[in-house]
Design a protein around this ligand. Structure first.
Ligand code: NAD
Length: 544
């Protein structure tokens, strides 16, 4: 027997952020879990159709701030594994699509509660160790944002189902929210554990099954996320985690006729490559794949002469250097009026040079290491480029140290050239380039900011003058999908500031909102007529 009821997903609230201050018991348990994982060299197999698999070979992943420390042994999959992952997703699809929304949402809500409670230390510690996040950065991302994604999406998806057409009395019109016809490919970046938690699960919530390829650097925490989801009751085959060469996995997955969608977050270049490949394969697919990608940014802060200099300085420091500037939303260029810059310059440089940086297990640090040797070389190259350039001056930082880990000092560069390369290109590191502008040229500077880079992700205006705020909002209307007034351009919270940008920054489908969930459903309209007509003739055809 089945019983019916209109169930409502509980109204979500944002997960409170733990402070981990000295003496806080949560600090002690987290530190002890961090110490355990540091010594554990965890095994990280793939998970395909519920089976743990090692694939062709194994490799090590290392901690960015202790580059000799192997934190996990991870599976390197081969063609057969990737084919099996697609098959497992397609096989599980029938069962999962037939599972009610309420039951699917229940898995996410239980997962959120497990993460808020017994799994919190593990997920935070694995993120600190694997991605070199400080305790605060791990807490707001790996714990709170992941929990918020799962809770809010369960709620938003429920609201989506209530969107129904009108009825005129002759029929009952209904909208059914079907999963896409095929499987979804979820590909996540290194920099946010919450994105790894969200990309596969947003699609799965709407009834889809998924081949999930996390960034290699995050495999330790993704292994624990998968174990947590298993414990929450996610059936085998709904999310199939694969690892190995991204290009090989992608080539195989994108060539499959059953590809129904891509949920991607990462660099613009990789997303554009995937889009191109989908285009080339377009006649193979059973259905047009949904392409959802959140990609790069060259996020800005513009200050007006009426800005509060202390608020501006704090936003520059937190916005540019938290998590080593490796946030898609990190402030990496700023336009500051010369009247403010003349005093701010020295103060900012002194404060930036005093930022404590090192092993994130030492809670006194504000910054850890950048993700790997490739990132380190790229950032040091950009800094050296600025040091050699006649257009620029490095006024803080400018150094790196790769003896123990990949440490790049937070760096501030001042330039007199508004077209300077480092004002245009995404670096994804702790490097902030500042263009001091003549106070009288505020409006021209807004235009300059708008046209200087191809991205459109986040940006901020600092001003007390209302007219200046209005002008910035208007001129920069397409320059950022997340626009901040008197706040730093990072730190979007699920349910409060839906996140995403357009231009070269992505498809702007706003992660953690109903706008994103819409992409993972293919609605069917049903018209059920009460009394169907029984004569094909219309009255106008009657004789005069
Ligand atoms: P990346 O593009 O190098 O990697 C992202 C993912 O794509 C990884 O899983 C990687 O293994 C995979 N990948 C790499 N090559 C591939 C290929 N040829 N085919 C298919 N998949 C491939 O990005 P990253 O270094 O992990 O992350 C940093 C980038 O992500 C930055 O550009 C940043 O701005 C962006 N990002 C954007 C957002 C957003 O919401 N807009 C959020 C976080 C990160």
């Amino acid at each position: 027997m089945t019983a019916d009821g209109h169930f409502k997903v509980p109204t979500p609230v944002n997960e409170p952020i733990r402070a981990y201050t000295p003496g806080d018991p949560n600090r002690k348990t987290l530190k002890s879990r961090l110490a355990e994982l540091t010594d554990a060299r965890t095994d990280v197999p793939m998970q395909i159709g519920g089976e743990r698999r090692w694939g062709a070979s194994k490799s090590d992943i290392r901690s960015p701030h202790r580059k000799e420390l192997s934190i996990a042994q991870v599976a390197v999959g081969a063609r057969k594994d990737f084919a099996d992952a697609i098959d497992a997703a397609l096989e599980a699809r029938r069962m999962w699509a037939a599972t009610s929304y309420q039951e699917r949402a229940a898995v996410l809500l239980r997962a959120a509660a497990l993460l808020a409670g017994p799994w919190r230390d593990t997920i935070n510690a694995a993120t600190m160790l694997g991605q070199s996040k400080t305790v605060h950065q791990a807490e707001i991302d790996a714990a709170c944002e992941t929990i918020d994604f799962w809770r809010y999406n369960a709620y938003f998806g429920d609201q989506l189902l209530t969107q129904q057409p009108s009825n005129d009395g002759s029929a009952w019109n209904r909208l059914e929210f079907r999963p896409l016809e095929g499987f979804v490919f979820a590909v996540s970046p290194f920099n946010f554990t919450s994105i790894a938690g969200n990309l596969p699960m947003a699609a799965a919530l709407m009834g889809n099954t998924v081949v999930f390829k996390p960034a290699t650097q995050t495999l330790l925490v993704c292994h624990f996320l998968m174990e947590l989801l298993n414990e929450a009751g996610l059936p085998p085959g709904v999310v199939n985690m694969v690892s190995g060469s991204a290009a090989d996995i992608s080539e195989q997955v994108l060539a499959h006729p059953g590809l129904a969608g891509i949920h991607f977050t990462g660099s613009t270049e990789v997303f554009q490559g995937m889009w191109r490949e989908v285009g080339q394969n377009i006649d193979r697919y059973r259905t047009y794949p949904r392409l959802v990608g959140e990609t790069g940014g060259k996020d800005f802060i513009v200050a007006h002469p009426s800005a509060d200099p202390d608020a501006l300085r704090t936003a520059l420091m937190r916005g540019a250097f938290e998590y080593q500037g490796q946030k898609c939303s990190a402030a990496s260029r700023a336009y500051i009026p010369q009247s403010i810059w003349k005093d701010l310059r020295t103060e900012l440089a002194e404060k930036v040079d005093a930022i404590p940086q090192g092993d994130v297990a030492d809670f006194r640090n504000f910054m850890g290491a950048v993700i790997d040797g490739k990132a380190y070389a790229k950032h040091m190259g950009a800094i050296q480029f600025a040091q050699k350039s006649e257009d620029a001056k490095v006024i803080a930082g400018g150094k790196g140290d790769d003896t123990v880990g990949w440490f790049v000092r937070p760096t501030v560069i001042e330039t007199k050239n508004p077209e300077f390369k480092l004002l245009r290109e995404e670096l994804f590191g702790p490097i902030l380039t500042i263009y001091p502008y003549a106070d009288a040229k505020y409006e021209e500077t807004l235009d300059l900011c708008d046209r200087t880079s191809p991205y459109g992700l986040t940006g901020a205006i600092f001003a007390r003058d209302r007219g200046a705020i209005r002008k910035a909002s208007e001129t920069l209307v397409n320059a950022a999908g997340n626009f901040y007034i008197n706040d730093k351009p990072t730190g979007a919270v699920v349910g409060l500031q839906p996140f995403g940008g357009a231009r070269a920054s992505g498809t702007n489908d706003k992660a953690g909102s109903f706008l994103n969930l819409i992409r993972w459903t293919s609605p069917r309209t049903i018209k059920e007529t009460y009394v169907p007509p029984v004569d094909h003739r219309y009255p106008y055809m009657d004789a005069e």
